[in-house]
Structures are given as structure tokens and as C-alpha cells.
Design a protein around this ligand. Structure first.
Ligand SMILES: [Zn+2]
Length: 377
């Protein structure tokens, strides 16, 4: 019934808002249902002096609203922890399934990537709708319709979902601040910078804001590559020569993106993509050496989220006019965010193994996963 109502909402309400509202409404309906049950169970019916049939609360003497809130919370926690128990029991099976899905995703990526390379993108380049930020000077215009939902934000869904990177970065820093070396905190901080840059880019479609999105992605790769290069270092040894080479390469990549990418994103995609390839390969080698199931779980999850997001990004760019209502770029933001977060967790895990620190992976799902020191025995 809920799905029916949502699919027939007025057309002014865009699809992402409907999708976001669905769980909230489902939660409210569930809460209301529990409140009604509690009320029925703990109340007593009587007829007032005016002859009106009424009910009065006969439950424990505590505040009714407080009890209702506690009931709702308990109900959801029980449902969630039951699901968690099943998930933990089948962890290895889940890992195998994840790997199978990953193989399918990677196989699908290849032809779509080839199509994009041969034919070029088919996205929102011809969208002439004007808005607050004036001429669209960015070298790319994504599939989402410009200024469709707001006069002040060019791509509302893409802009808002960029902020999930900011939240992930802040969570990463807060959850690991006492556990990890500075470079890992810098890695989490780069999520915040990328998220804000991405928000500005999607909101304005200006070239200057596009650089605020793309350049931090290249710089973050530099931090990630340094993390992988120094994975087996003992203590705080500093790799002066490598830092200088990495810094020079980063400056060159920055200049190349600024100078040559005025018509398209090719130089950026080349610089960023080659960094990602190096990171994937390094992470794979770490997992092979570690042979730990948690490391493999983190690696597979990271790959699946990132590659899944990239697959949707490719579909969006190749078939924009057919898939526009699906807002697939939004899911690229989620996939890249969670995938990169899982990759940083993997590097923290591997680093802890190198330093012989006992750690555990905590959290109920990828959204709350974090590495923590193992409890003392
Ligand atoms: Zn984006």
C-alpha cells in the first residue's frame, strides 16, 4: 500500500525524496502500530458521564510517551539483532556470495567501459535550463536534470548525496582517532574535503567547483598510495624520497587536470583511475599475504561497493536518456563512499597485523563498521 501511495505522489516530488521518505514513513507506521498495541493492552474502556465511550491508561505509573518510545526502540533492536546473528553465522558463506557477485559486476563493467571509451558519454550536455549559478562552465554535465528541483542547486540529488562522504569522513576520524597513525586520519579527512567539493560541483556546475571535486580525489589517492607504500614500515620511519616523488607526481597531475581538462574529464579520469588501479592491486596483495577472513571480507566489500557504484556510473553515462529517472549517479556516490571507507578499514587492519596489535572489526553493518583494539584477556 505504501509503495502504491509513493508511486502516485504528485510529480513535483522527485524520486530521491520519495525513496528517502519511504523508510521514514515505514518507521512511523510501525511505531504507530506498536503504540496502538500497547495502548490496547494497558488501557481500560469506560463510559464517561456524558455517555461517551473512552479509554484510560492503566499501565505502569511511568510516563506513557516514555514507555511507548522504549517499546518502539526495543522492538527495532530485537528485530535488528536477530538479523545480525544470522548474518554472523553465515559470514564465510556471505563472503563467497560477495565474491561471486563481484565477479559478475567486474565482467559487466568491461563492455560498458569499452562503449564509453569508443562512443563518449551520452549525458546531460544539452541541458540548457538556467539557474542561480549562471553559465555552466564545468567540462561535464551529469545526467540529472539541471535546476529541476531548486533554482539555487543545479543537481539536488547529486549534491545532497555528496554529503554522505562528509559524514563518513567525520565518523572515520572520530572512530579511529586514538587507534591509528596520522596518515589514516588524513585519509578519513580527505573524505570530508571531497564530499564538500562534490557538493559544490553538483550544486553549481562551475569549472572552478569541478576542480574542488576532482583535485581532492587525486590528492586523496596520494595519501592512500603513501599508506600502502609504508604498510610494512616499522615504527614511524619516514620515506623522504618517496614522499618527494609522490608530491611531484601529484603536482604534475594537478597541473595536467587544470590545464588540459577544459573540454572533458579524460586527464582526470586517467590520473585518478591509475591511482585506483594501483590501490586495488596493493590491497589484493596485502590480503593474499594476510590470508585473514576479515581482511578478505573488507577487501571484497570495498571492491563490490566501489565496482557496483562504478557500474551504475557507466550505465548512467552510456544510457542517460533511458535511465534518467533512476538517478544512478547518486548510487555511485554511495558506492564510492562506502567502498573507499572499507578499503581504509582494510589498510588499518593490515597495518595492525604488521604492528602485531590485536584489533577487532566492530559495528553491525558497513555503515557503522570500525576497527577497535581487541579487549584485554
Ligand atoms: Zn558526483
Amino acid at each position: 500500500m505504501l509503495c502504491y501511495c509513493f508511486s502516485h505522489m504528485p510529480s513535483v516530488t522527485s524520486a530521491p525524496i520519495r525513496i528517502a521518505l519511504l523508510p521514514i514513513v515505514a518507521f512511523c507506521v510501525q511505531a504507530y502500530r506498536i503504540c496502538c498495541q500497547e495502548w490496547q493492552k494497558n488501557s481500560h474502556a469506560f463510559t464517561s458521564k456524558c455517555g461517551i465511550r473512552r479509554r484510560i491508561w492503566r499501565g505502569p505509573a511511568s510516563c506513557t510517551a516514555q514507555r511507548a518510545a522504549a517499546m518502539i526502540k526495543r522492538n527495532f533492536v530485537v528485530q535488528y539483532s536477530t538479523w545480525r546473528t544470522h548474518a554472523a553465522a553465515g559470514e564465510l558463506m556471505a563472503l563467497e556470495s560477495l565474491q561471486r557477485v563481484l565477479a559478475i559486476v567486474l565482467t559487466l563493467i568491461l563492455p560498458l567501459f569499452a562503449l564509453l571509451a569508443i562512443r563518449g558519454p551520452v549525458d546531460g550536455a544539452g541541458d540548457t535550463t538556467a539557474g542561480f549559478w549562471g553559465a555552466k562552465t564545468a567540462s561535464v554535465n551529469w545526467c540529472e536534470r539541471d535546476y529541476a528541483a531548486s533554482y539555487y542547486i543545479a543537481e539536488l540529488a547529486n549534491s545532497l548525496t555528496s554529503l554522505c562522504l562528509v559524514a563518513t569522513g567525520i565518523y572515520g576520524v572520530c572512530a579511529h582517532v586514538t587507534l591509528v597513525e596520522l596518515r589514516y586520519l588524513l585519509a578519513f579527512f580527505s573524505f570530508v574535503v571531497i564530499g564538500l567539493g562534490s557538493f559544490a560541483f553538483h550544486a553549481t556546475l562551475l569549472r572552478s567547483m569541478q576542480l574542488l571535486d576532482e583535485l581532492p580525489m587525486v590528492w586523496a589517492n596520494t595519501v592512500f598510495i603513501y599508506i600502502c607504500r609504508s604498510m610494512n614500515d616499522r615504527g614511524n620511519s619516514c620515506r623522504i624520497a618517496e614522499v618527494i616523488v609522490l608530491a611531484l607526481l601529484t603536482v604534475l597531475a594537478t597541473l595536467a587536470v587544470v590545464i588540459f581538462d577544459t573540454e572533458n574529464q579524460n586527464v582526470f579520469l586517467l590520473c585518478y583511475g591509475s591511482g585506483v588501479q594501483y590501490l586495488v592491486w596493493s590491497s589484493y596483495v596485502f590480503c593474499q599475504k594476510s590470508a585473514n577472513s576479515t581482511a578478505w571480507l573488507l577487501f571484497t566489500t570495498a571492491m563490490l561497493c566501489y565496482a557496483g557504484g562504478f557500474l551504475l556510473w557507466l550505465i548512467d553515462r552510456n544510457f542517460c536518456h533511458s535511465v534518467r529517472p533512476l538517478y544512478l549517479h547518486v548510487f555511485w556516490h554511495f558506492g564510492a563512499d562506502l567502498g573507499t571507507y572499507a578499503a581504509v578499514l582494510l589498510w588499518i587492519w593490515i597495518r595492525s597485523e604488521v604492528l602485531a596489535r590485536k584489533v577487532v572489526l566492530r559495528g553491525r553493518s558497513l555503515l557503522s563498521w570500525h576497527i577497535a583494539a581487541a579487549p584485554q584477556e
